[in-house]
Write a protein that binds this ligand. Sequence first.
Ligand code: UDP
Length: 395
Amino acid sequence: MTGMSNEIPTHRVVSIFGTRPEAIKMVPILRELTHRGNEFQSIVINTAQHTDLLQPLLDYFETQVDHDLGVLRSGQSLDQLLARLLNALDGILDQIQPHAIMVQGDTTSALAGALAAHHRQIPVVHIEAGLRSGDRYSPFPEEMNRRLITQLTQYHMAATQDNVKNLMADGVAEEWIFHTGNPVVDAMQSVLADMAVSPETEALLHSLEGQRLLVLTTHRRESFGHVMAGNMKVLADFVESHPDVSLVFPVHPNPRVRAECQAILHGGPRIHLIDPLVYPDFLHLLSKAWLIVSDSGGVQEEAPTLGKPLLVLRENTERPEVIACGAGKLVGGDPARLAQMLSDIDQDPKWLAEINKIENPFGDGNAAARIVGILSEVLRSGQTLPQSCEILKAG
Ligand code: UDP
């Protein structure tokens, strides 16, 4: 297990995750826990909700996994996934007897981890707490997952002041909310400090020198169908009619994304459809972008951190900070609006020039140290149940 030292660690902290974006944000915290190995025993459970996208990341960050739940099955429903996760966690958590369970974000793995913790009355630490889109079906199922996780959480680690406000509006007492920043900034800083880019990505970028580089990612369930197809068509047309623009799209392995991509973008001039990139390569690609177009959650935090302009391919965003700080614009669900925005930016690039002056709303790179510091204090002081639960127990 990670975090072992000669002294006996005081607190066993179990971290549960299973997707690429969760791992990116958990790794800085796991490193910090390991660094404080005399105080914490860090135990990592990989649910393996994703495998192909996750494993290269774990390899890159040299993350040691203590338990692999292997829950991925092709075509399983969300119910089947949740049931499989709870079942797999059942025996393991009883063996470990953790003092705290940490989950990140809004996946079904995070929901299962928080629920299994609650069933054992183990305090839940929620990283990136308090994001809200305001629409229970978008992003789906993540928006409802995060609301449910809030109800199950004791220590809410909020990335931004807006997230703190959302939690308070949900009735969470201020004393249980900690404004920490988002550990994605910590992860990015460590990757950017030591950017080892693969020869393939280097060669691709070299071949595109002198071009305006459009970077696309799209894979969200809510975009499937005519919105995703329409957006791809708009992008293909824009690239075709602008000979100095190239598009690079690391295509998500989801078969529906691959099918749309094959039908609409494949074979277009100056369109490069590539496999998903390992994290340092992807950050390198983003850092060279003229414009990023994406429906990803994590990319909304990465674009302002890199000082890059982003068009958000969503109806709404749970990260309004990206719009408020000036780094992003919300496209909405109408591909005609994407076409209009591309044309406006092309004709008046003033917006692009202003972006690298913005202040990053997502943190300063010290979120992991803050989170582990808070965890140390609250666990040492024995603050393990919110008042409402004490009352509930007393009753
Ligand atoms: N990402 C990556 N390689 C790629 C595309 C994305 O490493 O080829 C990273 C990206 O930097 C971001 C994360 O994957 O941090 C986003 O994951 P995804 O889009 O799957 O999920 P979401 O952010 O929408 O939850």
